[in-house]
Design a protein around this ligand. Structure first.
Ligand code: UD1
Ligand code: M6R
Length: 371
């Protein structure tokens, strides 16, 4: 049921304040007078000790689910101190890459039925790793075959392009980082800042959804383009990959997410006055590095759209004539949840304006159950 919306993708983008609320329901505990704020993930509580003892955490997934895991890698490393590595499921299988008994392998999948992810799970089970699932579908193959896990509870997602599941996956993985990180005093202020930001996140997403019309106007300017680059780094490298994936899969426009730190190692050669480039430059530890990337793109007359934190337009325009998209600021590790929303809206409007099928892009299936 699409309610008042024209497409499922549009409905699912706009219901993110509610889906994020259900993802967090019952799992965040506000501190009482003497008790600190904590997270409670029922599906993991008996396994946290084993996870904390593991030598490595390996995230395994495909497509959007992989991108969600990538955006959560820095906070998991920071809070747990455990090395975190990333595997695209098919690539792990192609290489028959090493997985050990001392590893915790985390399988991220909206459907819980993706063939590559499921085969990678069988492989990790054979190799003796502790296997954790993060899935949206109760009773799915991945939920059933993992040792333990967390349901993201985002509600049924129908559009082939994953939107609300992505943001809920990031929230679950931030909660996972908090749970694994435990209650070390040294991290207390950081943990509380993240939990406070989680409580407020649905409001911030409601606020960023007001950019809908602005993103439609931007889509009108980009409608006839051949290609769109998206630059990000740090927490928002994943946002660049995910934004580009949305644009290519539904708007059928070539799009590439680029790690800004790699700019001079190749991508800079593409920059001219015609190619549109979206740069994510919200406030975090990488901000000044992104400012210098923007300066260098300007120097090559790049056609920029810069996403920045509210009030930062002047700090990112740096003498150029870029368009600016201002978004509300949240704690750094949750900023990818806010930042993906304008890109989801852009991909949606581009698709409708270009006359393509939003909910069922050509050649794709919601759940990829063959290899
Ligand atoms: C569970 C209930 C929820 C109830 C809550 C109250 C289910 C599905 N969930 O939520 O309805 O409101 O208790 O305390 O009945 N699991 C995996 N692999 C996965 C995902 C989950 O093995 O990929 C396992 C978990 O380890 C856990 C079970 O499935 O044993 C349920 O997980 P989850 O729904 O996340 O647990 P709760 O949030 O505690
Ligand atoms: O159900 P899963 O999360 O395992 O699906 C993984 C990918 O097939 C999926 O995310 C795909 O990339 C989406 N269509 C992206 O929007």
């Amino acid at each position: 049921n699409k309610g008042n919306y024209e497409h499922y993708m549009q409905k699912e983008i706009h219901e993110q304040p509610e889906s994020l609320t259900t993802t967090m329901r019952g799992r965040l505990i506000r501190g009482g007078s003497c008790k600190a704020k904590t997270v409670l993930l029922g599906g993991l509580k008996d396994h946290l000790k084993t996870i904390r003892r593991s030598r490595r955490i390996v995230f395994i997934g495909c497509g959007t689910s992989y991108n969600a895991a990538l955006s959560s890698r820095p906070i998991l490393e920071e809070l747990s101190g455990i090395p975190v590595t990333m595997e695209i499921a098919s690539d792990l299988l192609d290489r028959q890459g090493p997985i050990y008994r001392e590893d915790t392998a985390v399988f991220v999948s909206q459907s819980g039925e993706t063939a590559d992810t499921l085969h990678a799970l069988e492989y990790a089970l054979e190799n003796g790793a502790l296997c954790v699932g993060i899935t949206n579908t109760v009773g799915s193959a991945i939920a059933r075959n993992t040792h333990c896990g967390v349901h993201i509870n985002a509600g049924c997602e129908i559009g082939v392009a994953s939107t609300k599941a992505y943001t809920s996956q990031i929230v679950v993985m931030a909660m996972l980082a908090l749970a694994i990180g435990g209650d070390a005093i040294s991290n207390e202020a950081r943990r509380e800042a993240i939990i406070d930001s989680l409580f407020d996140l649905p409001n911030k997403v409601r606020e960023v959804l007001k950019l809908d019309e602005e993103m439609k106007e931007l889509a009108k300017l980009l409608i006839a383009e051949q290609s769109l680059l998206v630059f990000g780094r740090g927490y928002n490298y994943a946002t660049a990959l995910e934004g580009a994936l949305k644009v290519k899969e539904v708007a059928l426009m070539h799009s590439e997410g680029i790690l800004a730190g790699e700019m001079k190692h190749g991508p800079l050669a593409l920059v001219d006055e015609n190619l549109p480039i979206f740069v994510i430059a919200t406030r975090d530890a990488c901000f000044s590095k992104q400012q210098s990337v923007i300066q260098q793109l300007h120097a090559r007359k790049g056609r920029l759209v810069v996403m920045c934190s509210k009030g930062d337009a002047a700090s990112v325009c740096l003498g150029g004539s870029s368009r600016v998209v201002e978004v509300p600021q949240v704690v750094d590790c949750l900023q990818p949840v806010v930042n993906i929303v304008p890109l989801q809206l852009l991909a949606y409007h581009l698709t409708v304006l270009r006359g393509f099928n939003v909910d069922q892009p050509r050649n794709l299936a919601k759940s990829v159950t063959t290899q």
